[in-house]
Design a protein around this ligand. Structure first.
Ligand SMILES: Cc1cc2nc3c(=O)[nH]c(=O)nc-3n(C[C@H](O)[C@H](O)[C@H](O)COP(=O)(O)OP(=O)(O)OC[C@H]3O[C@@H](n4cnc5c(N)ncnc54)[C@H](O)[C@@H]3O)c2cc1C
Length: 493
């Protein structure tokens, strides 16, 4: 959803025949459990921005609200269609199946479908041999400078326009979300490089300060307003002449993590629905609907968790550590199956990217088998990363009057102390749904015990063979510049 570094649009411009740019809202995709209105709104406003860019060339993005095969059927009955140009999509099983149906349809109608590779994600590979080297090569290829020519206007009577109410809801984009589209993507990127990013590493784990010091590029990258290559190359130029090498190098390494995780998902999209280490399917959880709904709505009685859950619902963004923390709390402390939370957060993240979301979710839940199981103590995280309690106060107005020592663990107050702050624990703000210290002990033991089972270990070998690098990168010239990135990648596999 961008006008620059766009291989598909370049191919369409270079073809000697007229072309139509189409964007589809497919009812079957909208109905999926990981889709939410905020994603659709972000897409819609990205299209509106593209239409402003394309207007001088008499071009426009045509929006259809219908299943892809019906739309394509309409198009091939209205025009002689020779080619379809698009990017490859690293999506969930349902969109993968949809693509297979599209391929069959186009083949039957003798239409060529050219799909361009996205962000160095390789299709059809069976292991990671050579992947890193190829990724760096792809990132070093020239960014496409798209040019557009004035076109003869193609009139179509769209039989599948947006339904009035649906379009109304798309337009109604909350101000609390990051503004959508390519123009804002570049604004955010520039302000990050020019100032915000100087404290990138220092504040990366802080729930409040990271909102400014992190790049906040994730929704723009996820929905394609920016390519990874664009971000990589501009940052690389900045790195040559900056006093802030360390933070920008740390940032660069995360661009590679992005693609590293997406590559996992491209090769095994069942990360969405099943434990990637099949051995963990045998770990039994007792579903507790009260726990799950308290977690979702931000009423667990643990302030940092509740603040995070309310914040992400309202704004669509949390920093990495707080995402990891809320997943750890759900799956380790509350001991609920990770699938009870994965779609909920997918819907809330404005930057939802299945290729990162599910592998990260499972990594934090401890179901990969190959990663260290990291149990975050929410009280420690709260004290370490929100020491003044400002983040908690912003999202939990009911306890905003508490002095900071009680803010992180209000249950340690006596009734008398609480009454001094006009607070009735259990009524105005919940008591914790579990005893944090005690509840975790048996859960931690159960999760670790699984690691010694034969199936988990067999699966570990399979996962390591498929998703991790087998050989060190040899090219020395890359070592200097990207040495830091490789160390980071190894730690994050
Ligand atoms: C449970 C869980 C779910 C997540 N789901 C998503 C998701 O759906 N979409 C998403 O973009 N990120 C996801 N992340 C990764 C990470 O939290 C976000 O990418 C990051 O917080 C986005 O903020 P930013 O753009 O300011 O990141 P920055 O720190 O500025 O990083 C720049 C870019 O690097 C990439 N990146 C950063 N951290 C990671 C990481 N740990 N793994 C992979 N790529 C990374 C992102 O594209 C990000 O925009 C998830 C993390 C966890 C723990």
């Amino acid at each position: 959803m961008r006008s620059q570094d766009h291989a598909a649009l370049q191919a369409a411009e270079n073809a000697a025949i007229p072309y139509l740019i189409v964007f589809l809202y497919e009812p079957s995709i909208i109905a999926l459990p990981d889709t939410s209105l905020r994603h659709l709104q972000f897409q819609y406003h990205s299209v509106l921005q593209l239409n402003k860019i394309f207007k001088p060339y008499q071009n426009t993005v045509h929006i259809f609200q219908e299943e892809v095969l019906l739309v394509f059927n309409f198009l091939i009955n209205s025009f002689i269609v020779e080619n379809i140009f698009s990017y490859q999509e690293t999506g969930v099983q349902k969109t993968y199946d949809r693509d297979i149906a599209v391929k069959q349809f186009l083949t039957q109608h003798h239409i060529t479908w050219k799909e361009f590779q996205r962000d160095g994600i390789m299709r059809g590979i069976e292991n990671r041999t050579g992947w890193d080297k190829q990724w760096f090569i792809t990132m070093s290829e020239p960014v496409i400078k798209n040019t557009y020519t004035e076109r003869e206007k193609i009139d179509i009577v769209n039989p599948f326009p947006l339904e009035e109410n649906f379009e109304k809801s798309l337009k109604n984009y909350p101000k609390a979300y990051q503004p959508a589209g390519e123009v804002f993507a570049h604004k955010y990127f520039n302000s990050f490089l020019q100032e915000r990013g100087f404290n990138y590493s220092k504040f990366i784990s802080k729930p409040l300060a990271s909102r400014t010091s992190c790049s906040r590029l994730s929704p723009y990258i996820s929905w394609g307003n920016l390519s990874i290559k664009q971000v990589f190359q501009v940052t690389n130029e900045v790195l040559k002449n900056t006093n802030y090498k360390q933070p920008f190098q740390n940032f660069m390494s995360r661009l590679k993590w992005h693609c590293h995780f997406m590559q996992k998902f491209e090769m095994e999209c069942r990360y969405e629905t099943t434990c990637i280490n099949r051995g963990y399917e045998l770990l039994e959880h007792a579903e507790n609907k009260n726990f799950i709904s308290a977690w979702k709505s931000g009423h667990t009685g643990v302030p940092i968790i509740d603040a995070c859950m309310r914040c992400v619902a309202a704004t669509g963004w949390l920093n990495f550590r707080m995402r990891a923390c809320v997943v750890s709390f759900l799956t380790h402390h509350l001991f609920q199956d990770w699938r009870h939370g994965a779609y909920h957060l997918a819907q809330l993240f404005l930057d939802y990217e299945p290729g990162i979301h599910y592998p990260q979710f499972q990594m934090q839940a401890g179901t990969t088998g190959i990663n260290t199981i990291r149990v975050y103590n929410p009280v420690k995280q709260s004290k370490d990363h929100d020491p003044t309690g400002l983040f908690i106060k912003q999202w939990l107005p009911e306890i905003a009057n508490l002095p900071v020592n009680f803010l992180h663990e209000p249950w340690t107050m006596t009734d008398m102390e609480a009454s001094l702050f006009n607070l009735q624990l259990g009524k105005d703000y919940p008591l914790p749904v579990i005893d944090i210290e005690e509840a975790i002990k048996p859960h931690r033991a159960a999760i670790w015990a699984m690691r010694n089972t034969t199936l988990v270990q067999q699966e570990n070998a399979r996962i390591l063979g498929m998703h991790t690098r087998r050989k060190k990168i040899k090219e020395d010239n890359m070592n200097d510049l990207f040495g830091e990135m490789k160390t980071d990648l190894q730690n994050n596999q």
